[in-house]
Design a protein around this ligand. Structure first.
Ligand code: TRP
Length: 451
């Protein structure tokens, strides 16, 4: 039984990380990965990138830039499993197994797909114009990413919460259909970092590539400085008091400053520090904090084969988890070798038998009874009362002897007979089908192991 938390998140490789991505996702994820009670799985979601982008050069560049950003930012690959989604062939295979149980109606409700349909309708086009199966199935691929590693926590932006919920839905359905009482998949939870404020961009709206208001992260000091000089401020002149709490320049500063640094700048702005000067303070702060990482970033980018090696190691680590798990899932759905059928049946039986157990207890009146519990703890039988422990023990022994069981169904239950007398009864079942399933489970549980 593991109590370690598995944290998993993917980054779609279509762009170059900016300061907002760093503060909002990369930095918190790197910090979370340092928790010794957590196992982190971070990956480049490059299959997802193909859904949005058909420019091979951009895909390739973005994968490298994002890998270098995370590594330069201090991600410790010895501690986390850092890999490219496309290096794990088990993921698309699991995607198919999940596709076969995912309800189409569920995917019809996905926000991203619905938004595209709505846009088409608005423009008077066919509802599905330009919509690929990739976009439509996007949540199933994401479910495979998450369920493959049985992630507990999935740090994502708000726009991804629905996808994590869909992963739960699809995983639950698979568990229900093929688990036989076993939960193959852990139910993941979206983790929204409330404490991490979204950084404002140059114009004060959320920093985002789509608003073209970003501050570059590692490209160069000059690019960063140039962007900072374009931060929009009010028109108060040097010497006039500024309101730090209504300045997104100050918000940006806060996201990287210590409390002391923050209070210092606040005081100075209140006393009339000029915006130009405030901008150089912000640049200085960012350069102090990110300058070394920027160096590392450029080193990494200039030695792609080093990164390739690290990612290959990551892929091997991830596949060490994914491959045996997928083998189990293939088995569960019936994709099995023709050769080992008997062995599989026997081992299933063996597991069931091994896991079923007798539990004896004493009633207040001093008589002895026992229960037979199935692997999942469900009660299969409750015995009648015996005068002493020895008599009860003899019955449990005989039940496990392999002799044909005398089971007699009656209405919504059944009883077990030995030498013409009832020795134990089943609980009441909802219907006769449930009763018959339980009788089958009982027979399996009481079949002696042949090995
Ligand atoms: N769809 C996510 C995004 O665009 C990226 C992603 C792909 C992801 N697979 C994932 C995130 C699995 C978390 C878990 O942000």
């Amino acid at each position: 039984m593991t109590t370690r938390t598995r944290i998993l998140t993917g980054i779609t490789t279509t762009g170059t990380p900016h300061l907002g991505n760093y503060a909002g996702a990369i930095r918190p994820a790197i910090l979370a990965s340092q928790d010794t009670n957590a196992d982190s799985f971070y990956f480049l979601a490059d299959y997802h990138a193909l859904i949005k982008c058909d420019d091979p050069l951009r895909i390739q560049r973005s994968r490298m830039e994002i890998a270098a950003t995370w590594l330069a930012g201090g991600l410790d690959v010895n501690r986390v499993t850092f890999y490219r989604q496309s290096d794990i062939p088990e993921i698309p295979e699991l995607t198919w197994l999940l596709t076969c149980v995912a309800a189409k109606g569920l995917l019809n409700r996905a926000h991203a797909y619905k938004a595209s349909v709505d846009k088409n309708l608005e423009n008077g086009e066919d509802p599905d114009a330009g919509i690929t199966m990739g976009l439509y199935s996007y949540p199933v691929l994401m479910a495979a990413d998450i369920l493959m590693f049985n992630a507990h926590k999935v740090p994502v932006g708000r726009d991804q919460i629905q996808h994590v919920e869909m992963a739960r839905d699809i995983g639950q359905r698979f568990n229900h259909l093929f688990g036989n009482g076993k939960e193959f998949f852990t139910m993941p939870q979206a983790l929204i970092e409330e404490s991490v404020a979204t950084l404002p961009g140059l114009d004060g709206r959320k920093m985002s590539k789509s608003y073209d208001n970003t501050i570059p992260l590692f490209t160069s000091a000059k690019d960063m400085k140039d962007a900072i000089s374009r931060i929009v401020t009010d028109s108060r002149a040097p010497g006039e008091a500024k309101d730090p709490d209504n300045s997104h320049l100050f918000t940006l500063y806060q996201a990287f400053a210590t409390k002391t640094q923050e209070e210092q700048l606040r005081g100075e702005l209140l006393q009339g520090l000029g915006w130009g000067e405030a901008k150089s303070r912000l640049f200085q702060l960012l350069d102090d904090q990110l300058g070394e990482a920027r160096e590392r970033y450029h080193q990494l980018m200039s030695r792609p084969s080093d990164m390739e090696d690290l990612l290959q190691i990551g892929a091997r680590k991830a596949r060490a988890v994914a491959a045996p798990f997928l083998a189990e899932l293939r088995e569960a759905v019936g994709l099995r070798s023709f050769v080992n059928q008997a062995a599989v049946a026997a081992s299933t039986k063996k597991k069931a038998a091994k896991a079923a157990r007798f539990v004896s207890f004493r009633e207040d009146d001093g008589s002895f009874r026992f229960r037979l519990l199935a692997a999942d703890g469900e009660q299969l039988l409750l015995s009648r009362n015996f005068a002493d422990g020895k008599a009860a023990g003899a019955v449990t022994k005989q039940l496990q002897s392999g002799e044909a069981l005398d089971v007699r169904s009656e209405a919504l239950g059944f009883s077990v007979w030995l030498q013409g007398a009832v020795v134990a009864d089943s609980p009441a079942f909802a219907d006769s089908a449930a009763r018959d399933t339980a009788i089958e489970a009982l027979r399996v549980a009481l079949t002696p192991l042949e090995d």
